[in-house]
Design a protein around this ligand. Structure first.
Ligand SMILES: Cc1cc2nc3c(=O)[nH]c(=O)nc-3n(C[C@H](O)[C@H](O)[C@H](O)COP(=O)(O)OP(=O)(O)OC[C@H]3O[C@@H](n4cnc5c(N)ncnc54)[C@H](O)[C@@H]3O)c2cc1C
Length: 819
């Protein structure tokens, strides 16, 4: 065994081997993989081998597409067949909401370039002659389906062997029966892996350990939020009908998914494989995989599967008389949101995760592709925020992950409503004023473990969402909250904001080198600053306020806590000149905004709040009521006169009560996240994570005013220079969508020019309640971004006319903000 390589990949499942293969494709051939037993011995060997292109996530969709394309090329490239049956993939719909889901997906698929067809029942029958179209109470009628003609199923072990062959022929080493037992940093900053066969040292470590993610993470002090759940499929004996159909010249049937009955079905020789996603499947190995498990399976539990088996037999009567040959019940790794963990481990340099794959056969190609790019080039080639391991934080305790993963598993086939809020493991993290907000009728949602009020049900109104792809029960109430904010005063609890304190003599220079804007030099000034990737994409957005000499207060998105904290701490200079403290949980934040907000706040503070004394885009440390050391920032995300009040957390309760007492005569009311969404879209404010991502530069995002190209240097500057020289390909657009009656854009819809060509995509959308317009924001090719340009947008399968508006359709001159 080599003792020194550039990268050690730990884990020889399809994901680890794909990572190794892709490292060699990037020219890093001095790389090795260690596997505790044999390649594929984890979950890979028993997978059903389905390769669904369908995925609601823009990122995961791209990874899956890459995989399917790669797997088709691999046999020619490596000489190893992978048994890829391009059967196509048919997802049935038996209700309108399911068709809405498919149509929403189609928007994403169009922007990624995944081919699909939306078909009717007659075509379903044509493609799948053995199907019962239904129409009775226990077998609902098929009203349509989504058909992917180009995917199918593959032999997972053959696929792994092809990737292995490709990697080894390029020089990579693979050591089987070699277990990683410990990992430590060497004095030179490399990683020494202690294995059952001796030590091996590497610059980079990749953990691709599948069901073992918990214990391999623990070797590095990481609590990896990946715990497997049992998943079963049934292998049936020969089916006489299927045999007759195939002998009669029928082509292999598409992989069938009856989403509304939560199962998949595919041919297996002349029989079937049926895989339900059932309720009651338990999480396993929360403490780690016991030694006895090895290349094993759990005993089958047919009882759990019965409702799905019966539903499948009603839909495909050919199943009825088939005997059951086998039940395969294996562990399938999950993360709390069902997407994998691909990217850097937090807090450790050059440690990478490629874990928590629940569709790992499908995702292996794409995850290896992007992770190899990240390792070798320092950054991935596409926006990977949706799978970045740092999207989860320290709140992912063992019990949290167990509950969430079981919930995610049983929800694999539910309709993925855009406003869905799943109930398990909640409430977990709450603001100190949770009970006070709850008493005001909050209908709660959850993000990054935090409870956040989505909207407020007035007395007598049911405190519950009716999830939908269309306008729903809360539409009117969200509208009232938005108007309250524009006409009177509203309060939003944004305590989950990520907050860092940056101090020391090197603070200003260091921050300035990280972001594209000029960091404020004067006390009391604040600036919106974007940290860029080296390719010039937007990686983070910070509101940077200079509180005192050598003291900055840095605020970013609540869901970016670990992501930003990890980035900032890894970027710190080694000379001790900069102090960095994550103070997220020591300060709360209330947004007090609206035309009456000045009068409300004035009752709590002696600090003059008039425009001359406290202008827009400045900050002061004030007393408010009994609270001291309140950082009052005259900015907000709703585009109204107002302040973000960042206060020591112990004053949350007091400040909340005091503000509502003071606000009574002015009609102060609570405003939820959905109204905030409506308000920020009326102002064309971009949201980190959806509208601002590494896929787009700040010039493409039309954030030119926040970029100082005359600064000496900042990360991403060279890429921006190149882009300016070559022309900015896309530009940010705000669109008014015409003719919408009940389905507003929500993001990930394709944009079309007059000739019907896709020329961009919406990244967010909502109804602008105050403007009374359906709005979308996103990116269009630069030549289509002029105000007045007529485009089309596809919402749930319908093309709607859309006009490019001047930015910030509500109050474009910011008169409210400056009031
Ligand atoms: C019943 C079932 C059906 C499935 N069907 C499908 C499907 O149709 N399509 C699909 O896309 N996915 C499917 N999956 C999921 C798929 O099997 C997994 O997502 C995929 O195999 C994960 O691959 P992996 O490489 O991440 O993990 P694994 O295959 O589990 O590999 C991890 C490897 O790491 C090794 N390892 C762990 N710790 C160490 C250590 N300390 N040192 C060295 N080696 C170590 C293990 O021995 C193991 O070989 C299915 C899963 C199940 C259970």
């Amino acid at each position: 065994m080599k003792t020194h390589v550039r990268v050690v990949v730990i884990g020889g499942g399809v994901v680890g081997v794909s990572t190794l293969y892709h490292l060699t494709r990037k020219g890093w051939t001095d790389v090795a993989l260690i596997e505790r037993t044999e390649l594929t011995a984890g979950s890979t060997w028993h997978a059903a081998g389905l390769l669904p292109l369908f995925n609601m996530s823009y990122t995961v969709g791209q990874l899956h597409k890459y995989s399917v394309d790669l797997y088709k090329r691999l046999p020619a490239e490596t000489g190893q067949d992978v048994s890829f049956h391009v059967t196509g993939n048919l997802r049935l719909a038996t209700c309108k909401e399911r068709m809405d889901e498919y149509q929403k997906y189609c928007g994403t698929a169009n922007t990624i370039g995944v081919p699909f067809e939306v078909i009717g029942p007659a075509r379903v029958k044509e493609l799948w002659p053995l199907i019962e179209l239904g129409g009775s109470p226990d077998t609902p009628a098929i009203i349509g389906a989504l058909y992917h003609p180009h995917d199918g199923h593959i032999a997972p072990a053959d696929l792994t062997m092809a990737l292995r062959k490709g990697a080894r022929s390029a020089g990579a080493e693979i050591y089987e029966h070699t277990e990683a037992l410990g990992m430590e940093r060497t004095a030179s900053g490399e990683w020494r892996v202690r294995t059952s066969k001796g030590n091996i040292t590497a610059e980079h470590l990749v953990l691709a350990t599948g069901n073992y993610a918990r214990q391999s993470g623990r070797l590095l002090g990481l609590s990896v939020p990946a715990i497997p759940v049992e998943h079963q499929y049934i292998v049936y004996d020969e089916s006489a009908e299927l045999k007759a159909y195939r002998q009669g010249g029928g082509r292999e049937l598409a992989v069938l998914r009856e989403s509304d009955q939560s199962y998949y079905l595919r041919e297996e020789r002349t029989g079937w494989i049926l895989g339900p996603y059932e309720s009651g499947a338990p999480a396993r190995f929360a403490e780690g995989v016991p030694d006895w498990f090895g290349r094993s399976l759990f005993p089958g539990d047919l009882d759990r599967l019965v409702p799905h088996v019966e539903a499948a037999a009603r839909r495909v009567p050919a199943l009825e008389d088939c005997g059951i040959k086998d039940i395969v019940n294996g562990p399938i790794s999950y993360s709390p949101d069902g997407s994998p963990l691909i990217g850097p481990a937090w807090g450790l340099r050059n440690v990478w995760l490629n874990e928590a794959h629940s569709f790992g056969i499908t995702a292996a190609g794409g995850s290896g592709w992007q992770l190899a790019e990240w390792i070798t080039e320092g950054e991935p080639g596409i926006d990977m925020l949706a799978v970045d391991p740092r999207r989860f934080g320290a709140y992912t305790s063992k019990r949290y992950v167990v509950k969430k993963n079981e919930e995610t598993y049983r929800n694999v086939f539910v309709i993925h409503f855009p406003d869905e809020e799943r109930p398990d493991a909640r409430p977990a993290k709450t603001s100190p004023v949770y009970a006070l907000i709850d008493a005001k009728g909050a209908v709660w949602g959850q993000r990054y473990g935090w409870e956040r009020a989505n909207w407020f049900a007035p007395p007598g109104v049911e405190r519950r969402d009716r999830w939908s792809f269309r306008r729903s029960n809360y539409f009117e109430h969200v509208g009232n909250e938005a108007r309250l904010m524009r006409e009177h005063a509203g309060l939003i609890d944004l305590s989950p904001f990520t907050k860092h304190e940056v101090t020391g003599p090197g603070a200003e220079g260091w921050l300035d080198g990280l972001v594209a804007n000029k960091v404020p030099a004067k006390i009391g000034r604040l600036a919106l600053c974007h940290a860029l990737t080296r390719r010039g994409g937007i990686r983070s957005e910070f509101t940077v306020t200079k509180i005192a000499e050598q003291h900055y207060y840095v605020v970013s998105a609540g869901a970016a806590e670990r992501y930003d904290s990890d980035y900032l701490s890894k970027a710190l200079p080694g000379d001790g000149s900069v102090g960095l403290r994550n103070i997220t949980n020591t300060r709360g934040c209330f947004v007090l905004a609206g035309p009456k907000s000045r009068e409300v706040l004035a009752q709590l503070t002696d600090t003059p709040l008039d425009n001359a004394s406290f202008p827009w885009l400045t900050a002061q440390t004030i007393e408010a009521g009994l609270a001291v050391e309140v950082y009052a920032l005259r900015v907000n995300f709703v585009g109204a006169l107002g302040w973000e009040l960042h206060f020591p957390i112990e004053y949350a309760h007091h400040l909340f009560d005091a503000l509502f007492e003071a606000g009574k005569p002015f009609g102060l009311g609570m405003v939820g996240m959905r109204a905030m969404e409506s308000l920020r879209l009326e102002k064309s404010y971009r949201m980190w994570g959806s509208d601002m991502t590494p896929d787009y530069t700040p010039f493409e995002a039309s954030l030119d005013r926040f970029v100082r190209m005359n600064k000496a240097a900042f990360i991403g500057k060279e890429a921006l220079e190149k882009q300016l020289a070559g022309g900015v390909p896309n530009r940010f657009v705000t669109l008014e969508v015409h003719g919408v009656t009940d389905a507003d854009p929500l993001g990930n819809e394709p944009l079309f020019d007059a000739g019907g060509r896709i020329i961009g995509r919406a990244t967010s959308g909502y109804y602008g309640h105050c403007l009374r317009k359906s709005l979308a924001i996103g990116y269009a090719r630069a030549e289509f971004a002029q105000a007045g340009t007529q485009l089309a947008i596809e919402i749930l399968g319908e093309r709607k006319q859309a006009t490019v508006l001047r930015e910030s359709p509500y109050d474009p001159d910011n008169l409210d903000l400056r009031a």
